[in-house]
Design a protein around this ligand. Structure first.
Ligand code: PMP
Length: 427
């Protein structure tokens, strides 16, 4: 594969942007080498500026659940844009969006639209602190909730990939209010709430961790957290920025049957435009300005073009059988990869939940953060490049989940598995 133009662009970009990118994991720093620059995307494919085609399992890090450049989403954007890009007044699409989210996610009786997942989580913990009058919050090691100060304590995703899970620049006074727990550890959660549960404003969790590889919750774990929060008057926040409309139409809360007090969303609800949202019980959401005293605002929040893209996407994913289809694709892909690794004698396992999956260079099934850290990262990095050379783009870090879309048909998945057979052998 030739990467001449990507190389030129990356050299230029590095002089102009920190690390040459606008979001860290894109730089390929942990897997080594240089990123390709994408010129266009269609269905399950990315096409780079040098004319190479890749089967894409990153999906813009989650939003592209119906594949890239879906005509219905594209048309909604174009039609809406022709009437103006932003109004600064309420617009009708915001009401339709709120109606749709509250119908699909019954725990959200009211919702507020924002512009990113980070904004959604920042706003949700401000609301939790304001509503409870408590200041401490709990998160999980390896959990990533955007780059808000309170969350950059033992964080996953890029923070973990680059070995700075707790970032310089986060005031110690604030970091001290963030308590961390090991994911899927029932006893540690009980012990923490026994010790200081009555000081805790909220517990925030990725109900399926997708930023420290892909770690599904153990049977009963989410309900255990629900019970602890209820018992101690703390709010349970499901950060469904990744899992929302990804592991089921109703998100992880529907898939596992556990109801949070507040939820955060992003990625899929924006259809590829910059969108986030948070929502929850009416009496909590009514404390947000201007209904209540807790302040949160946004110049571009509820942007008509972004709402149109999101609504088109939410329409597509309500097609009958959509999530059964995604489950089947993830299973075919992961079973195929496991079989290919086994034939090549490579210790390897997978996790899959709905349209998200994890690849682990470990003989055992992994469902803890410690387990994810113990995997053979060097083997993943080599595998990543062997796959890229064969036209398959996996997330460029051992600590990120992968995503399938409805555009990944049987042939695309079979091609991926064939590439993996060769890649595992090449290790
Ligand atoms: N929460 C979760 C669970 C995420 O996966 C992400 C992004 N990967 C965020 C929050 C932050 O979203 P954004 O990058 O849109 O700010």
């Amino acid at each position: 594969m030739n990467h001449v133009r990507s190389h030129q662009l990356f050299s230029h970009a590095q002089a102009l942007m920190p690390g040459g990118v606008n979001s860290p994991v894109r730089a390929f720093k942990s897997v080594g080498g240089e990123p390709f620059f994408t010129e266009r995307a269609e269905g399950p494919y990315l096409f780079d500026v040098d004319g190479n085609r890749y089967i894409d399992y990153v999906g813009s890090w989650g939003p592209m659940i119906v594949g890239h450049n879906h005509p219905k989403v594209l048309n909604a954007v174009v039609e809406t844009a022709q009437r103006g890009l932003s109004f600064g007044t309420p617009n009708p699409l915001e009401v339709t969006m709120a109606e749709t989210i509250t119908r699909l996610i019954p725990s959200c009786e009211m919702v507020r639209m924002v512009n990113s997942g980070t904004e959604a989580t920042l706003s949700a913990i401000r609301l939790a602190r304001g509503a409870t009058g408590r200041m401490r919050m709990v998160k999980f090691e390896g959990g990533y909730h955007g780059h808000g100060d309170s969350f950059l304590v033992k964080a996953g995703s890029g923070a973990l990939t680059f070995g700075v899970p707790t970032s310089p620049g986060v005031p110690k006074a604030l970091a001290d209010l963030t308590l961390t727990l090991p994911y899927n550890d029932f006893q540690a959660a009980t012990a923490l709430f026994d010790e200081c549960g009555d000081d805790i404003a909220c517990l925030i969790i990725e109900p399926v961790v997708g930023n420290a590889n892909c770690l599904p919750p153990r049977e009963g774990f989410l309900q255990h957290l629900r019970d602890l929060c209820t018992q101690h008057g703390a709010l349970l926040i499901f950060d469904e920025v990744m899992t929302g409309f990804r592991v089921a139409l109703g998100g992880a809360q529907a898939r596992y049957g556990v109801t949070p007090d507040l939820s955060t969303f992003g990625k899929v609800i924006g259809g590829g435009m910059p969108v986030g949202a948070y929502g929850g019980r009416r009496e909590l959401m009514e404390q947000i300005s201007p209904a209540g005293p807790i302040y949160q605002a946004g110049t571009l929040s509820g942007n008509p073009v972004a709402m149109a893209a999101g609504l088109a996407m939410l329409d597509l994913i309500q097609a009958p059988g959509f999530y059964e289809g995604l489950d089947a694709k993830s299973n075919t892909l992961c079973d195929g990869l496991e079989a290919a690794a086994k034939d090549a004698g490579v210790p390897f396992s997978t996790q899959r939940v709905g349209g998200m999956f994890g690849l682990f260079f470990s003989a055992e099934k992994v469902d803890t953060y410690a387990g994810a850290l113990a995997c053979d990262t060097a083997a993943f990095n080599r595998f990543f490049h062997e796959m890229l050379d064969r036209g398959v783009f996996l997330a460029p870090s051992a600590f990120e989940a992968g995503f399938v879309s409805s555009a990944h048909d049987d042939a695309v998945i079979a091609n991926t598995i064939e590439a993996a057979r060769a890649a595992f052998h090449a290790l």
